[in-house]
Write a protein that binds this ligand. Structure first.
Ligand code: NAP
Length: 241
């Protein structure tokens, strides 16, 4: 029997793409699910096909909406913070509103949700927190104003939580995917290496959730290449620019 069977997971950002695929896969493994995102209709449609799922619409950029949803969700065994927004943006095409909107969903939304849930997990001495970051959070990549920094902030947050929550019974992990074929990456005009389906990416997230490891980056070898940039001198990284 799956280790997810009978456990309650709250997936935030479950109406589309990776979050939806994750809900469907965890549902097949017998998990009870609480599904959140802004689009209530979409969530209801997904819940209709999953026997043990309920929808709680929530906008992570709105503190009242987050507080209401946390109260309605009640006690959960784990949460997956998967809500995300992305618009490719170069420094020369700066759009402050778009950069702030990405930061609000990808990073500040996580602070709002975790601020309302981590104290309860710590008090209960249990709970599992999975944050969906991105390989784009490891380096300042081209055309990622707003997005890259918000994911770097999320990775840093997870690392701090990993230190602070050690020994409390609360688990935190960061999962950093490469390119997944969703409505977000439809905005990319370039050829995306090792592009995954949401189902493949969801399987990898679930495998990460079943392990004790703090950090999971995928897919290899693309993730190794991204991490390798850390060890390269700047003259190589920015050559010809
Ligand atoms: N696609 C990729 O290549 C890729 C790569 C690395 C990491 N990721 C990360 O993976 C996660 C899922 O991305 P995806 O590609 O599956 O994108 P997606 O299909 O657009 O899904 C994003 C989810 O976040 C929800 N969301 C957006 N704004 C929200 C808000 N204000 N409040 C609550 N929920 C909100 C969306 O639902 P509503 O619109 O209904 O609110 C949707 O369910 C994101 O964190 C993304 O950064 C994606």
């Amino acid at each position: 029997m799956s280790s997810f069977n009978g456990k309650i997971y709250w997936i935030i950002g479950a109406s589309e793409g990776l979050g939806r695929a994750l809900a469907e896969a965890l549902g097949r493994q017998g998990a009870h699910l609480v599904l959140s995102a802004r689009n209530a209709e979409r969530l209801q449609a997904i819940c209709a096909s999953l026997p043990k799922a309920r929808a709680i619409p929530m906008d992570v950029t709105d503190p009242d909406s987050v507080r209401r949803a946390v109260a309605e969700a009640g006690e959960v065994d784990g949460l997956v913070y998967n809500a995300g927004a992305y618009d490719p943006m170069r420094s020369g095409d700066w759009d402050t509103e778009a950069a702030l909107a990405m930061t609000d969903v990808n990073y500040l939304g996580a602070l709002r949700v975790l601020g309302e849930t981590v104290p309860g997990f710590v008090q209960a001495k249990r709970g599992e927190i999975t944050l969906i970051g991105s390989l784009a959070g490891y380096h300042g990549l081209p055309a990622a104003i707003g997005y890259g920094a918000s994911k770097a902030a999320l990775i840093s947050l997870a690392e701090t939580m990993r230190h602070d929550l050690a020994g409390t019974g609360v688990t935190v992990r960061i999962v950093n995917p490469g390119f997944i074929k969703t409505r977000l990456t439809e905005k990319n005009a370039f050829k995306m290496p090792m592009l995954m389906t949401p189902e493949d990416a969801a399987d990898r997230v679930i495998r990460a959730m079943g392990r004790r490891r703090f950090r999971t980056d995928f897919p290899a070898p693309f993730s190794w290449l991204v991490r390798l940039i850390d060890y390269l001198p700047d003259f190589l990284v920015y050559r010809g620019k």
